[in-house]
Design a protein around this ligand. Structure first.
Ligand SMILES: [Zn+2]
Length: 213
């Protein structure tokens, strides 16, 4: 049975790198994959960017109200047609898996779509994302993935103190902030640039003055 996987981690835990590596591993074996991400992520628009400098264009973007399963089926058909033209008889034409970056930004219904792609369409789905926001609450997509994914895998990264990082501290112009919208839109000059630091529970509470959420 095909499964829905949620590979989650704090910011900077190498999720996009892991995703691109997974795609490469499939393709090295002559298999086809589809890559997708939510439309909300304006950074790099339609590309998956790893911090190591690798980038790759996604096959499709999932808009806020889109039916992710319908988009997948459309792309799966296109891939089959494209592959079919140049295939040897023993080569597979179908896609081997769907890889989704920034899955925390998908809606609950879209995560349900991913679940159905795995269970009803029989294609494994590997969703990569951040578990919680800068105020330590789960993103809607992540909450749903944590609830229904068949397999949860943590991608670990280290806090500045050496402990495992589990939170994502938000800085604006270098200063930690603990209020604001779940998704930050960058604007203004350098003094307003939003960055994130992966933090362990101890360092998060130290920076927030004991506040959690
Ligand atoms: Zn720490």
């Amino acid at each position: 049975m095909a499964k829905l996987y949620f590979r989650y981690g704090a910011m900077n835990s190498g999720k996009s790198t892991a995703l691109l590596q997974a795609a490469y591993n499939y393709e090295e074996r002559g298999q086809h994959v589809l890559l997708a991400k939510p439309l909300i992520d304006t950074k790099g628009a339609s590309q998956i960017e790893s911090r190591l400098g690798m980038t790759r264009e996604v096959d499709f973007l999932i808009g806020g109200d889109d039916d992710a399963r319908a988009l997948f089926r459309q792309e799966r058909e296109r891939k089959r047609r494209d592959a079919g033209a140049s295939l040897l008889p023993e080569e597979p034409a179908d896609v081997a898996c769907l890889l989704v970056d920034e899955a925390q930004f998908l809606s609950e219904a879209q995560i349900d779509d991913l679940f159905r792609i795995a269970v009803e369409d029989g294609i494994p789905v590997l969703a990569y994302g951040i578990r919680n926001d800068f105020r330590t609450h789960a993103f809607p997509g992540s909450a749903r993935l944590l609830a229904i994914a068949h397999t949860l895998e943590e991608l670990k990264t280290i806090c500045r103190c050496g402990r495992k990082a589990v939170f994502n501290g938000r800085r604006i112009g270098g200063r930690f902030v603990f209020d604001g919208d779940q998704v930050a839109i960058d604007g203004g000059g350098d003094e307003l640039v939003t960055t994130y630091e992966s933090l362990c529970g101890n360092c998060y509470l130290e920076e927030s003055g004991g506040r959690l959420g």
